[in-house]
Design a binder for this molecule. Structure first.
Ligand SMILES: Cc1cc2nc3c(=O)[nH]c(=O)nc-3n(C[C@H](O)[C@H](O)[C@H](O)COP(=O)(O)OP(=O)(O)OC[C@H]3O[C@@H](n4cnc5c(N)ncnc54)[C@H](O)[C@@H]3O)c2cc1C
Length: 388
């Protein structure tokens, strides 16, 4: 048992070579490939994962859990959705429709599934394998709406959103996003693409639109999955815009499939040490180990209930900057929900910028020298004075 990664059979960096998995995927394409390979190997009959809602109306819910039964259907639901989802409806279908299912999910969803399976014999017998996604945190649907709005697509006109649009020539972690706008009467749909780094709120460290439970989670790498995949944003892989996965194999059956496919030239598979996998998720681990310990301490100090986690509450009394960083992250998450609701109601995006910029700047100041802090303030003052 690895302290950070949980149960481990082998760890790798991987890219899918065959088919369009990598091209269509968020990263190296392993998410969809593994699901398809489990179907091909007869280990499962169907895949439970997240895709766009067919016929979604502009401004309404865009993504949901769905069941794919063919390779084509699995591929059509590739890519990450940083969007709230629930297993509730799809689990009802799994209960009534015999078969063996592959479940794809973020850590909390797979934990919920395993808990249901402990009590529910039918569900337990229908889980063939679980593919876990490494998770920084989930987002509310306002994340997609904020990014799209900055690209000229207001929330009520947002018809589709691609959270991971690969930009040829850019580093894998400097991907784009694409927003599709509902057509005006008689017109056709329009899609706008932007590098995500040019948009306010993209920085995952800040935690815009993070649901509160994520701040009490201590599972970064879906420890209850049979195999977990994430982004290999390590120096040796990040330059390749087409994307590379980190893979944590936890089940020997999966290891056999993956290694056989590598020998057959269908996967490009490198051995990657567990330490490198941890390094690829360094900020996630620090937020959910030391950061979590401090959040538990803060919560209990306020006299509020906090769950028991694998780390004990800790005050970090002598590290003011660390404490401030985590206080600001919590404040950003909290304020982002309120500020966006206000901006949306008023139909004015600038309300959101105005409410959030001071907090973001305080956060950025933590890593700025005094000279840079002064320069940043002057820049902001100049922008405000010139009305830009
Ligand atoms: C909320 C969230 C946070 C993440 N945070 C991190 C992180 O901090 N670090 C990191 O390395 N990776 C993170 N990932 C994983 C990363 O975005 C990629 O999903 C992963 O690298 C797989 O890429 P791929 O090309 O192999 O998958 P693809 O071939 O694109 O397949 C992705 C599969 O995941 C399914 N899927 C997409 N979104 C969801 C969802 N919300 N719930 C369940 N299934 C879904 C799709 O239906 C598809 O089957 C996160 C993913 C999510 C959804």
């Amino acid at each position: 048992m690895h302290e950070e990664l949980g149960r481990v059979v082998s760890t790798h960096a991987a890219q899918v070579v065959e088919g369009a998995f990598r091209e269509n995927g968020s990263s190296g394409g392993m998410g969809s490939w593994l699901a398809v390979e489990f179907l091909r190997a007869g280990l499962a009959d169907a895949v439970v994962h997240v895709g766009a809602i067919t016929g979604a109306q502009a401004g309404e819910t865009l993504f949901e859990y769905a069941i794919s039964r063919s390779e084509r259907d699995v591929l059509s639901r590739s890519k990450s959705r940083y969007y709230p989802i629930t297993l509730t409806q799809v689990l009802a279908e799994v209960r009534t429709t015999e078969g063996r299912y592959v479940f794809v999910g973020i850590p909390c969803v797979l934990k919920a599934l395993r808990l249901v399976a402990m009590k529910d014999e039918v569900i337990r017998s229908r889980i063939a394998l679980c593919i876990g996604l490494v998770c920084g945190h989930l987002k509310t649907r306002r994340f997609a709406e904020l990014l799209a709005w900055q690209m000229g697509v207001p929330p009520q006109e947002l018809l589709a959103f691609d959270f991971r649009h690969k930009l040829p020539g850019a580093q894998a972690n400097q991907y784009g996003v694409a927003a599709t706008q509902a057509p005006a009467a008689g017109g056709s749909t329009q899609s706008v693409i932007s590098p995500v780094r040019e948009l306010f709120g993209y920085d995952w460290g800040l935690g815009f639109f993070k649901p509160k439970p994520c701040d009490f989670c201590d599972d970064v790498v879906a420890e209850l999955a049979d195999v977990t995949i994430g982004d290999a944003w390590l120096p040796q892989y990040v330059k390749d815009s087409k994307g590379t996965n980190v893979v944590i194999v936890r089940n020997p059956v999966v290891r056999t499939l993956v290694e056989r496919a590598a020998v057959e030239g269908r996967l490009a598979l490198d051995a990657l040490s567990a330490a490198d996998v941890v390094k690829s998720q360094a900020s996630g681990f620090s937020h959910r180990r030391e950061g979590l310990a401090y959040r538990l301490w803060m919560t209990r100090k306020r006299g509020e209930w906090a769950p028991r986690k694998r780390v004990e509450p800790a005050a970090f009394e002598h590290d003011r900057s660390f404490r401030r960083k985590h206080e600001l992250r919590a404040a950003v998450a909290r304020e982002s929900h309120r500020a966006f609701a206000e901006a949306r109601d008023a139909g004015q995006l600038r309300i959101f910028f105005k409410r959030m910029t001071p907090l973001v700047e305080q956060y950025r100041d933590l890593n700025r020298t005094l000279a840079r802090r002064v320069a940043a303030r002057l820049r902001r003052w100049f922008h405000a004075a010139s009305g830009k």
